[in-house]
Design a protein around this ligand. Structure first.
Ligand code: R2B
Ligand code: URA
Length: 300
């Protein structure tokens, strides 16, 4: 962990009980009795959609002898569940939304671990999401090695009163390699197409992803194709909207074990619109979850 990059001045007061922390967007406060049941927190699984969080919590419960699923009642911003040592939290769409979820979950995780950086360091974090693939068959699951800005810089940049802060946005190699190794099907398991590669994390679905079907359009067929070719040439295999801030903050706090696993919904070299059926989209999402769960289950 990187103690200098964690706001312990504030968070230790919460652990001591001198300050009450309101995790406003999650709908919890540090005094809530529910938090006492989060003891043993060993992993955080995040996803954009609340529906996926509910499904993942249910799967994890089934894999853990029907362990109880604890629900945080507030659901208008993020959906939060806890089951068998794992906190499942939706983060909404885009880096602004995901950054809020990450900061509040980290404050919560710090409290649950009573400010003990040694045990906190053991927490594994994952984002399971969707993305647009580059040159991949729809449904391929991508394990990200690095999340880049749309101009391929490997950072998330934030600007405060003190100026610009650059957060590096790589993913730990040992974790992505372990997830990839475990993604090979065991007996009776489905064969899921999995690749590891670089990811571009954009601030917008249409413009920064060079779509031609937005209500605003900057690109031509040619500039779009050149941009996607440029990304592919740099080893980028998919595009999504939260990975850079996810990796950036976890690196900043000094976590060593985190990953992003995203299903591709379409091949951007073939088009812009997501046209798969609801059944196909469900399968893509289930497959990304399955890849994550094979790793998560191996950590028990
Ligand atoms: C992937 O899919 C969402 C946009 O459709 C966004 O949250 C992302 O990263
Ligand atoms: N999510 C994205 O951000 N882009 C896509 O093309 C598909 C899903």
């Amino acid at each position: 962990m990187n103690p200098d990059h964690i706001n312990r001045e504030y968070l230790d007061g919460v652990v001591a009980g001198d300050t009450v922390d309101h995790y406003y967007h999650l709908g919890l406060s540090s005094r809530d009795e529910l938090i006492e049941h989060f003891t043993g927190l060993s992993a955080v699984v995040m996803a954009g959609s609340g529906e996926r969080i509910l499904a993942f919590a249910q799967t994890w419960s089934t894999l853990n002898d029907d362990a109880p699923i604890l629900s945080v009642p507030k659901e208008d911003r993020f959906i939060t569940r806890f089951c068998a040592g794992v906190l499942f939290v939706s983060h909404g769409m885009g880096m602004a939304s995901a950054s809020i979820a990450l900061q509040e979950v980290m404050r919560l995780a710090y409290l649950v671990h009573c400010g003990d950086l040694e045990t906190l360091a053991g927490v594994f974090w994952a984002r399971v999401g969707t993305s647009g693939g580059i040159g991949l068959a729809p449904g391929t699951v991508v394990i990200s090695t690095e999340a880049l800005m749309s101009d391929l810089r490997p950072f998330r940049i934030m600007r405060g009163a003190h100026g610009e802060e650059l957060f590096t946005s790589g993913f730990p190699e040992h974790t992505s390699a372990a997830i990839e190794a475990l993604s090979a099907p065991g007996t009776g398991q489905r064969n899921i197409g999995v690749v590891a590669g670089r990811t571009v994390s954009t601030n917008e679905f249409f413009l920064e992803q060079c779509r031609l079907d937005g209500a605003i359009r900057f690109e031509t067929d040619e500039t779009k194709r050149d941009h996607l070719d440029w990304l592919a040439g740099a080893g980028v295999v998919n595009i999504e909207m939260e990975g850079a801030v996810f990796a950036a903050y976890l690196n900043h706090w000094g976590f060593a074990d985190f990953a992003m696993v995203c299903a591709t919904l379409l091949d951007r070299l073939a088009g812009d619109q997501v046209t798969s059926t609801p059944e196909q989209l469900q399968q893509f999402s289930d497959d990304a979850g399955e890849v994550l769960f094979r790793y998560l289950a191996s950590r028990r």
